[in-house]
Design a protein around this ligand. Sequence first.
Ligand code: PNS
Length: 160
Amino acid sequence: MPLGAIYPGTFDPITRGHLELIERAAYLFPKLTVAVAENPGKDPLFSLSERVDMIRNVTAHLKNVKVEGFTGLLVDLARRKKAAIILKGLRTVSDFEYELQMAQINREMHPEIETLFIPTGLDVNFLSSSMIKEIAGAGGDVEEWLPPGVAERLKQKFRY
Ligand code: PNS
């Protein structure tokens, strides 16, 4: 059976770093699901449907990519989708410590699913959704770090 992969995250909002990883993963795997976590604990700026919608718009050119919102455990979603692989992007060593712990706990819950790490490209290594929101909220220009159309959605959020 061909390997299905899941790339999970909060994507609040999707950045050029996320998109770069989606494009690389779509090249590697015959089927890729971008799984958007509702993640109420992080109090996202964008609703789940807004985040899904933005990712669908910017991945429309990738025919083997599906975008889905989810609540609950990632391993339960992976089980439902019969996905064998969870993909995570790594920017820094501090990312690695947290991601390693998550991979290990997910493996305890569901040993048949493997987590694979992909190092992010140097040109997008410094990007984070939280920093981008902070800069945009303070009136900074963040367009170059976001896929087309996302900066405009961010501007609308901060316009009152
Ligand atoms: O983009 P993020 O916020 O770093 O992504 C984190 C995410 C969504 C991958 C993680 O919080 C997650 O898997 N959430 C679903 C709930 C879950 O399965 N938790 C168990 C692992 S701690």
